[in-house]
Write a protein of this length. Structure first.
Length: 290
């Protein structure tokens, strides 16, 4: 029979195990969570609109030096003017010939740079049953979403490795985990990045550079055109940014992934056996979700 004493002893044992397990989990989490939320010098590509702009402004408010990059100079000027202390620099990430000089300029001006956020991206719908697929668009998607991220990372990594606390965050997508059939190349570029990030994270273990993956769900931005900004099925941008900031502040980035609740059905589909159902749901929708 389970007496009160035995029950109390059991509770103590389980309590201790629970405490040990919790502390072990916390120490593992600490060891992979190093990104400070303030006092960083951050370069964010794709900082002129949507998620990049939202994060840039939120990080600026938290006391970081934030430098935004994008092609649209006028937007850079407007955003910088609206956020005193923020700075901006024009960059077309697809122009590989400029990456070295861009990196040198940035590091000369911001020698304390310790966070690179590879966020610039583009999305196009494609019809692969048509007689012709626009290969210029396909190539542009791959160059913007993959080649540019790899190019900027290799250019900044030698500098980041020398910083005491550094991080490289790359924006992927929930579609890295379950593809949207209407955007085959887009989805595949994000799946590429997810895989690539795991290897880079493993290679950089033991260095000062934390490798993080930001995988957004469908969010109200102009990525898929003007209509997406108002699509009620997409997550409001301010809600997305605020949840991401909470995750960064809490350090709740298990596996190095920054996942809001809304993206978890996609992220977890393969692991929890719901992949076929989620794929069907996603691709049964009659809208161009990116
Ligand atoms: N919104 C979503 O539903 C969603 C979901 C999952 C993942 N994402 C990802 O989130 C990231 C940000 O997208 P968003 O939704 O915020 O869309 P967005 O508002 O269209 O922002 C895209 C940003 O990327 C920049 N960019 C695009 N091509 C560029 C180039 N060649 N050179 C430099 N900058 C370039 C744009 O700046 P300029 O035009 O000024 O160059 C812009 O700031 C992307 O990587 C996207 O794939 C978005």
């Amino acid at each position: 029979m389970l007496t009160n004493d035995k029950f109390c002893n059991l509770l103590k044992v389980y309590g201790m195990r629970f405490a040990q397990a919790t502390s072990a989990i916390r120490s593992v989490q600490r060891s992979i969570q190093t990104m400070k939320i303030s006092n960083n010098t951050i370069l964010i590509t794709g900082g002129t609109s949507g998620i990049g702009r939202g994060l840039a402004e939120a990080l600026h408010k938290k006391g970081n030096k934030v430098v935004i990059a994008g092609r649209r100079k006028q937007l850079i000027d407007e955003i910088v003017a609206a956020n005193p202390g923020m700075e901006g620099i024009v960059l077309d990430v697809t122009d590989q010939s400029k990456i070295a000089s861009f990196t040198a300029d940035v590091l000369k001006k911001y020698p304390d740079l310790n966070v690179l956020i590879n966020n610039a991206g583009m999305a196009r719908m494609e019809d692969w049953k048509a007689d012709k697929v626009d290969m210029r668009e396909v190539t542009e998607t791959i160059t913007t979403n993959i080649t540019a991220v790899l190019g900027l990372t290799q250019a900044f990594m030698p500098h980041l490795k020398k910083q005491k606390d550094a991080a490289m965050i790359t924006t992927t997508s929930g579609l890295a985990f379950v593809p949207l059939a209407g955007g085959p190349t887009y989805s595949a570029t994000k799946a590429f990045l997810h895989s690539w990030l795991q290897s880079v994270r493993q290679q950089l273990k033991g260095t000062s550079v934390e490798i993080l993956e930001l995988a957004p769900p469908y969010v109200q931005t102009e990525l898929g055109g003007e209509a997406q900004k108002k699509d009620p099925r997409a997550m409001p941008l301010d809600e997305y940014v605020s949840e991401v900031m909470q995750i960064l502040e809490s350090g709740n980035t298990a596996r190095g992934e920054i996942l809001v609740e809304r993206v978890k059905p996609l992220r977890d589909a393969e692991g929890n056996g719901s992949y076929d159902q989620v794929f069907e749901q996603l691709n049964g929708m009659e809208f161009a979700m990116v």
